[in-house]
Design a protein around this ligand. Structure first.
Ligand code: SF4
Length: 756
């Protein structure tokens, strides 16, 4: 049974008492306030990035968090955490937390506190009226990769099966849609193949459009623990922190990566450095691919990318001669106008050289958000729950059987992607929008238009920890949500590891977990009966286990949350057979090492499992596919009016996305600039009369931003770099999208720069 509202409010977010009030000052790095002595500790997986570090939470006698440290006994982070992890508790204590539902008053136009009953009534009244007047698909939601898997699944099921709507997406579209589609098309399922031990077991690591030094610092620490003296290659137009630490920095023209990768394939074939047996036994379409790359000669590739022929040969030498080569990519690839084919060009390199399925190898997409992997499986947006296909009748029937639904209750096609939802709002087709734990008024590409579009809605609901985000400030209704640490559930990290998040603090005021809010909406909507079995996050986890069974992501061998916790997280696949093998191996380990150390234990097959060791992929024929297309020009190249290329990316390891949480920490604010800065090459700065510290204006065809000049040769001439965390940056970005993944191309557009 779903608990009544009063009980939810009392049990999950009752009034804070003096000893429960958390102050930012209480959470200095690793410092336990003298007045609060820890009574116990518990472990919880971090809720920022996809690394999935485990944090040991120190609790007072009331079971409330008072501090944290990094968990030494977790196979992911081995006692390390980045600044965001160390400060994970601080954003919970921010003074601008949303503590009560807020409804916009017609007369004054201001948001005013209302009861949950009134808020839920307003929600259902507006959304039902919109559906009645404009059709069932005139409502939509935009969600997040930041909430736990059980919440994502309940939201997606409620919206599509309970509310009878179709169009929904999440901010995973902004970071990981490309990897999702690329793997699905190439491997037959969205399946990053690696495990973090591969960082330590590679002889060569090739990072393409990835800056793990600051974007995934604990993964980078794992690279630094590699004892094999590996080659570390970084392919990036900018001399990022990672590029500066690399053994080889391949400096290429922005958005010429697809040509470069085809050029490398050409050279590998010319050199005879391809694994013909592996290709013949485990792949399809190789001959067509080999014929296609025949024209990507070193001279052509060098001319198109700006990479010298000698560097191309050096990189090919590394790939051809090292035994364990791993390829890693993230947003520099995923956020591109030809992102899916670029990701697949990386996959093609791994397949043709047989660098897959063995330790220290793989075509490895590093994920962004803490639960983007969960949303890819259970968001119920582009895939039916569990990675199934809405368009396949047998899939609808199978999922319907598990959930007690008639197949007709499940849509038989996909809804709109994020950009298509916004376009549909623009033309008046979608009239009401529910935004959950994301901030499109800041983060969406070509932000001015995005804000204008959001302003056209008849009704905008924002469900968030804070009522102060750029999007929440535009809302007609704000639903106050609990944050990480104030609720429980599962996050899936980059290496497919399910990790447990614990409730270690009470949400302030009347804020509720997203799970509880979805339950309440289901009741208010009148479809609560459909979700009786989804009575708690852990009960929902049991349902999701059933949905995963038989899929490549099968985790039906996991017993319960306790099993995940005591195992140091569990990577999928983990079916009953694997559970039995691991249980036997675990017993053997215990006998061999009565007091197992996480350091010796961490690379065991229990804790580190990679895919494709048997060369079997997930397409019906068991083979991986070579996929390719000719490169296309950058959508908005520089010209005489806008002569610079704007590059964007993460600014520092202490900043997270739109800053709605990290900006709340005084410690994190000290670790990065609090004003927008622009990196510009010294020659360009001199030409424009700009000195370090000067104010500069950056203009694109869509908007303008002001930034403080940082004069540095980390960027090439004719290029500038802006960190993405500042609201002004997306006033400039150009809205182009990869045709397969519909992921926005944030990384390159034309701008002009002038001294202010
Ligand atoms: Fe959290 Fe990611 Fe930092 Fe680890 S690396 S502590 S998961 S933000």
């Amino acid at each position: 049974m779903i608990p009544p509202l009063d009980e939810l409010l009392h049990a999950r977010s009752g009034p804070m008492t003096a000893d429960m009030v958390l102050h930012p000052a209480d959470f200095g790095l690793g410092r336990v306030p003298a007045r609060l002595k820890p009574a116990a500790t518990t472990n919880s997986v971090c809720g920022f990035c996809s690394t999935g570090c485990s944090l040991t939470i120190h609790l007072n006698a009331n079971g409330e968090a008072i501090n944290l440290s990094a968990n030494r006994d977790y196979p992911v982070n081995l006692g390390m955490a980045c600044p965001k992890g160390w400060e994970a508790l601080t954003p919970l204590a921010a003074p601008d937390r949303a503590t009560t539902p807020l409804l916009r008053v017609k007369k004054s136009g201001a948001l005013a506190p209302v009861s949950w009953k009134r808020a839920l009534a307003a929600f259902t009244e507006h959304f039902k009226r919109t559906q009645r007047d404009h059709g069932p698909h005139s409502i939509a939601f935009l969600s997040t990769g930041q909430i736990v898997m059980e919440e994502m699944a309940l939201l997606g099921a409620l919206f599509k099966f309970g509310m009878g709507a179709l169009h929904c997406d999440s901010n995973t579209r902004q970071c990981m849609a490309t990897s999702h589609v690329a793997y699905k098309q190439s491997f037959g399922f969205d399946a990053p193949p690696y495990t973090y031990a591969d960082f330590e077991e590679s002889d060569a690591l090739i990072f393409i459009g990835a800056n793990p030094c600051i974007a995934h610092p604990i993964m980078w620490q794992r690279v630094m623990m590699n004892k094999r003296k590996p080659e570390i290659v970084v392919v990036d137009p900018r001399a990022t922190e990672t590029a500066q630490a690399a053994t080889l920095h391949v400096v290429l023209r922005p958005k010429s990566d697809l040509t470069l990768l085809y050029g490398l394939a050409h050279l590998l074939i010319a050199r005879g450095a391809v694994k013909k047996d592996f290709i013949a036994a485990h792949t399809t379409n190789y001959d067509a691919f080999a014929a296609f790359v025949a024209t990507f000669t070193p001279q052509h590739t060098a001319a198109e990318t700006g990479v010298p022929v000698a560097t191309l040969h050096r990189l090919v030498e590394i790939i051809a001669t090292r035994e364990h080569v791993s390829f890693w990519w993230t947003m520099g690839v995923n956020q591109s106008h030809e992102a899916t084919r670029t990701a697949q060009a990386i996959i093609n390199l791994a397949l043709m050289t047989g660098h897959i399925g063995r330790p220290g190898t793989g075509a490895n997409s590093i994920t962004g958000q803490c639960n983007a992997m969960g949303s890819r499986l259970f968001g119920n947006a582009t895939s039916l729950l569990g990675g199934y296909d809405f368009a396949k009748p047998e899939h609808r029937e199978h999922v319907g059987k598990i959930l007690g639904l008639a197949p007709a209750q499940i849509p038989d096609h996909n809804g709109y992607a994020y950009d298509q939802i916004l376009d549909a709002i623009d033309r008046g087709e979608i009239r009401a929008l529910w935004v959950i734990a994301t901030n499109p008024a800041h983060s969406w590409i070509n932000q001015t238009r995005a804000k204008e579009i959001l302003g056209k809605l008849d009704f905008l609901v924002v469900q968030d920890m804070y009522a102060t985000t750029e999007t929440a400030r535009m809302a007609d209704l704000v639903l106050p949500a609990a944050g990480w640490g104030e609720k429980e559930g599962i996050l899936i990290n980059s290496e497919r590891r399910l990790g447990l998040v614990k409730k270690v603090a009470r949400a302030p005021g009347q804020a509720l977990s997203d799970f509880a809010i979805f339950q309440l909406v289901a009741e208010a909507w009148g479809c609560g009966e459909l979700f009786r079995a989804w009575s708690s996050p852990e009960a929902t986890f049991q349902i999701l286990k059933q949905l995963s069974a038989g899929q490549p992501c099968d985790f039906s061998g996991i017993r319960d949350y306790a099993h995940i916790e005591t195992s140091g997280g569990i990577q999928w696949p983990f079916n009953a057979a694997e559970a039995a093998v691991c249980s036997m191996e675990d017993e053997r380990c215990q006998m061999e090492r009565p007091e197992p150390s996480s350091i010796t234990h961490r690379n065991s097959s229990i804790q580190q499992r990679r895919l494709f060791a048997d060369g079997k992929f997930f397409h019906a024929d068991g083979r991986a596919k070579f996929l390719f297309d000719p490169p296309r020009p950058m959508p908005e190249p520089p010209d005489t009016e806008y002569p610079f290329i704007l590059l964007t990316g993460r600014g520092s390891s202490s900043q997270w996305h739109t800053g709605s949480r990290t900006d709340k920490s005084a410690v994190l604010r000290k670790l990065a600039p609090t004003v927008l800065t622009v990196e510009i090459h010294p020659d360009d700065a001199e030409r424009l009369g700009l000195s370090a510290g000067d104010r500069a204006t950056i203009r694109s065809r869509r908007g303008e931003a002001e930034a403080i000049a940082v004069v540095t040769a980390t960027v090439q001439r004719g290029q500038i770099f802006l960190p993405m965390h500042f609201e002004a940056v997306n006033r400039l970005t150009f809205p182009s999208f990869d045709p397969h993944s519909r992921q926005p191309s944030y990384k390159a557009c034309a701008v002009a720069v002038a001294k202010r």
